[in-house]
Design a protein around this ligand. Sequence first.
Ligand SMILES: Nc1ncnc2c1ncn2[C@@H]1O[C@H](COP(=O)(O)OP(=O)(O)O)[C@@H](O)[C@H]1O
Ligand SMILES: [Mg+2]
Length: 244
Amino acid sequence: MSIPAPDLAVPARVRRLAGDAELVPAWRNDYGGLTFQAADAAGIRFIKYGPHDPETSMADEAERLRWAARFTPVPRVLEAGSDATHEWLVTVGLQGESAVSPRWIADPATAVRAIGAGLRALHDSLPVGECPFQWGVEQRIADAAARGIQVPDDVRSPPSVDRLVVCHGDACAPNTLISDAGAWTAHVDLGALGVGDRWADIAVAALSTGWNYGPGWEEALVAAYGVPFDAVRMRYYQRLWEAT
Ligand SMILES: Nc1ncnc2c1ncn2[C@@H]1O[C@H](COP(=O)(O)OP(=O)(O)O)[C@@H](O)[C@H]1O
Ligand SMILES: [Mg+2]
């Protein structure tokens, strides 16, 4: 996963979706998916395009974005579609830069604080009782089994729930956007959003600080979120993430 070179070839579908807009590559994920920024007189859009993903579809993501947009800043969906091999999602560009842009990689303390505070704000704003999507342990283990992945036995017995929230579902650092001033502005990539223990998200956000900023940022992340460090739930949900 990384920010691609500016001369990356533009897939024909993305070119068609962009019309006359100027395209700049924004992101390449590990599954062959690409995101482009498209700019024209009407403003900035993001075009996410990639092969069908067995874990989450962009149609699922569009449904979750439309639901969450009523409560918290997330991309507004303009268009979602698919053909036999690929799918795409076009959204309105949001303020802020990914927490793994070169600028924020160079300032992990600010980025980690924004990611923790942003995750807390997301959890505090999304209403569990109204959420039609699930991201609980049983559901995740069943979804993994449907993809042919069997989790180890010890992962089948989770710790008790600390607090049920609507989880982001992929709270990795790149999915928080940060303002020039260093505050979180929005969340992207909500294809797995659903109800689960808040530690399911905190654990992944913490794990991703290691991938993106190096070791030693997990405590700062948890402090910015604003809960006492819970080593048992942290370890369990990191294991569940890695196992599924
Ligand atoms: N509407 C948007 N506004 C601003 N940036 C966006 C928007 N949509 C996507 N991005 C940027 O593109 C990147 C990739 O989008 P994302 O949905 O996270 O795709 P992936 O599933 O490949 O990680 C994000 O990390 C973010 O930097
Ligand atoms: Mg992402």
